[in-house]
Design a protein. Structure first.
Length: 708
């Protein structure tokens, strides 16, 4: 390590601890003697410490220790985060070939400092005197217990032995994602503040660079001209590029450094300094507007000629790195304007009347208002007759499965990677579906969050042995795909109260691919209906990274003809004073709390509850109570009771009572079973941050019709 360094005290290239003790004593003594010299520069060379041969005194130079400035940007898109910083506090080795990238500062400590080599012996020559060095490093992320490999290019230019400007651009591999890492630097031997000019103006000219943030972006080489006014203490300049255009620089000089704010530089912030003897060079970095760049200029020099940027993807086309094709419709090349080729806004089947082509005026084709039961009496269409018991149709339950699920996800704060959060978004059904992409195209922003847009093409429930969990629709920014969950096995253990438990493992694809070891607790009802819980804490490298809690109901839905029969039968009972038309159901209920990862260990699902319902098929209402035994609950509602109130639609129902969402359906012949799920919803989607905020519990219920 150079004895002239003064920034950060520790770096991997510093070998203080490898210095022999006696040599260290001699070195310390030399430092003390140097500190006592009459000038403020060292009066020794390092070899004087170890070789007792008289050496001529080193001439005084007009520059300070090797320092600089860096701007760093790390786009952690899978987590929806961008880490960035601009800092002057970092280590540089003696010859300037290695620096510490301050990822720790950018990420508030989640990432570490990363030592990167920015130049080497056989680096490739580029335009305008720049060179390229290819390197690699490792980013150790303790919060994840993992190491991210980083591959990068360092493109730099030296100004004598006193200054270097450059870009460091690459990608860090995070599971299946490549995170863009972009940095710019200006480093060197800073002019001593005491030897900075204090009057007059000085002209500088030289180089500039510009690069958009992200992977596979080209560096554009341009020119720079500056005027430093040492009386007014400001620096003004212009950077000129063929493609990026002109960028003006306006900064305030303080000592041997300068800085400029975004409001004075059209959205760019800039930091830099003076380097070499008598402020011979100026060098700096700028960032903003989705780009980064550098500039380096010499006193009294001539600006360099700008160079067209080269496309890193297709070097044949230096103008447009994307190489756009003609705007031809990929579906129908005849129509380049509208790729869908819309047809006339009429019924494509029958342009006369899309509902009833026979009657273009009234799609219903009203018939004469005669009594359909007794056409002899058109005035009174009912013609009271003796009541007749409704016929029970000979129909089977639906063969295709249907159901509902609620997926709660939770995380706790791990540095800047994850936050304290919990939520379930909304209850999903069999048709719920969503296709993830990196830009979250198929989402909409609601209350500042990306919410999945349901395209209704799903088939989530297909059998009693497995289902598709739509965790991707709970948190699109964090979960990239749905999860297929095995629910049952051959030798599942008894869990109590008619429930069984299966222990399985699957993968959850998010920012990282997490391993989810889970428990599936379920109960079947005569091969017509199934309710259950799936829960676990997905981990990475042995540590819990999130908490997953899912409840579901699925089965063979009651045929709609049977649902109409149940309504007609109830009305018949009411009309003939047989009973009040209500249909009773009795069965079981489950409960689970501690859904937040920061809650205590939650144990398993509670399955000792009972459920009792009164169903009004005529009025289309479900009213019920779930009751649980006493236990060591943290969030259970008062009296260990949960009220269910919902509206019937077809063979399903949904509702909310006392801030609890519920959804379910009728299953089997003649609506023999009722089953559903519920989810605590004190806020929209159950969103919260800390334990006790947002959704706190969830559960299921399943009951059979009571025959009176």
């Amino acid at each position: 390590m150079s004895p002239n360094r003064h920034s950060i005290a520790a770096i991997s290239t510093v070998k203080k601890l490898n210095t022999p003790l006696k040599a260290s004593v001699v070195l310390l003594t030399s430092l003390i003697l140097a500190a006592c010299a009459t000038n403020d520069e060292p009066s020794y060379k390092i070899q004087d410490v170890f070789t007792p041969i008289p050496q001529p005194e080193a001439p005084e130079v007009d520059k300070d220790d090797k320092t600089g400035v860096q701007s760093l940007n790390i786009d952690v898109a899978p987590l929806g985060k961008v880490f960035n910083t601009t800092t002057r506090t970092f280590d540089i080795n003696e010859d300037g070939s290695t620096i510490d990238a301050r990822a720790d500062s950018a990420s508030a400590g989640t990432l570490p400092k990363v030592s990167v080599t920015i130049s080497g012996k056989d680096d490739t020559s580029l335009a305008n005197g720049f060179k390229k060095h290819q390197g690699s490093a490792e980013i150790v992320v303790e919060a994840l217990g993992s190491t991210l490999p980083l591959s990068y290019d360092s493109v730099y230019k030296d100004f004598g032995d006193d200054m270097r400007i450059g870009h460091i651009n690459g990608g860090a591999a995070l599971d299946e994602d490549l995170l863009p890492v972009d940095g710019v630097i200006a480093i060197g031997n800073a002019t001593k503040a005491a030897n900075m000019p204090i009057d007059g103006t000085v002209q500088y000219a030289g180089d500039a660079t510009y690069r958009k943030l992200g992977l596979d972006q080209a560096i554009e080489y341009g020119s720079s001209v500056f005027t430093a006014d040492f009386v007014a203490k400001n620096l003004k300049g212009d950077l000129a590029f063929t493609k990026a255009g002109n960028i003006s620089i306006n900064a305030d000089i303080k000592g041997n450094q300068f800085s400029g704010t975004a409001d004075k530089n059209a959205g760019y912030t800039t930091e830099g300094g003076f380097f070499g003897d008598d402020a011979k060079y100026i060098g700096g970095v700028y960032e903003g507007n989705g780009a980064q760049g550098t500039y380096g200029a010499s006193k009294g020099a001539t600006p360099v000629d700008p160079v067209d940027p080269v496309d890193p993807v297709d070097p044949v086309d230096p103008v447009d790195p994307v190489d756009p094709v003609d705007p031809v419709d990929p579906v129908d090349p005849v129509d380049p304007v509208d790729p869908v080729d819309p047809v006339d806004p009429v019924d494509p089947v029958d342009p006369v009347d899309p509902v009833d082509p026979v009657d273009p005026v009234d799609p219903v084709d009203p018939v004469d208002p005669v009594d359909p039961v007794d056409p002899v009496d058109p005035v009174d269409p009912v013609d009271p007759v003796d009541p007749e018991l409704p016929a029970n149709p000979d129909v089977k339950p639906d063969t295709e499965f249907t159901g509902f699920q609620s997926n709660t996800l939770s995380s706790q704060k791990k540095g800047s990677l994850t936050d304290d959060a919990v939520g379930y978004a909304e209850i999903r059904d069999d048709k719920s579906s969503y296709v993830w992409d990196a830009k979250l195209t198929n989402t909409e922003i609601i209350d500042g969050e990306n919410v999945a847009i349901d395209d209704r093409t799903g088939d989530n429930f297909t059998g009693y042995d497995k289902f598709i969990a739509r965790a991707d629709m709970t948190k699109p920014a964090s979960v990239k795909a749905s999860v297929e969950v095995q629910l049952t096995g051959e030798d599942d253990a008894d869990y109590g109260n008619g429930f069984k438990v299966y222990n399985g493992s699957t993968k959850v694809k998010g920012p990282l691919t997490l391993t989810l070891d889970y428990a599936s607790v379920y109960k079947n009802f005569d091969s017509q209906m199934q309710i259950g819980h799936v829960y676990g804490d997905p981990g990475f490298m042995g540590g819990a990274f999130a908490r997953v809690s899912t409840v579901y109901v699925q089965g063979n839905g009651t045929n709609l003809e049977d649902m109409q029969y149940m309504k007609d039968l109830a009305k018949y009972n009411i009309d003939n004073n047989i009973n009040d038309g209500m249909v009773a159901y009795s069965g079981v209920a489950t409960y689970m709390e501690n859904l937040h990862l920061s809650d205590t260990d939650r144990g398993g699902a509670v399955v000792d509850g009972t459920s009792n319902f009164n169903v009004d098929f005529v009025g289309g209402k479900v009213d019920g109570t779930l009751t649980f035994k006493d236990g060591d609950y943290k969030y259970m509602p008062a009296g260990n009771e949960i009220k269910i109130n919902a509206d019937i639609s077809g063979n399903t129902f949904a509702g909310n009572q006392n801030g609890i969402d519920t959804a379910g359906g009728f299953y089997g012949e003649d609506a023999n079973f009722i089953g559903g799920i519920y989810q605590d919803a004190p806020t929209k989607g159950g969103k919260g941050e800390l334990p006790g905020e947002g959704t706190k519990f969830q559960g299921t219920f399943g009951a059979e019709k009571v025959v009176k």
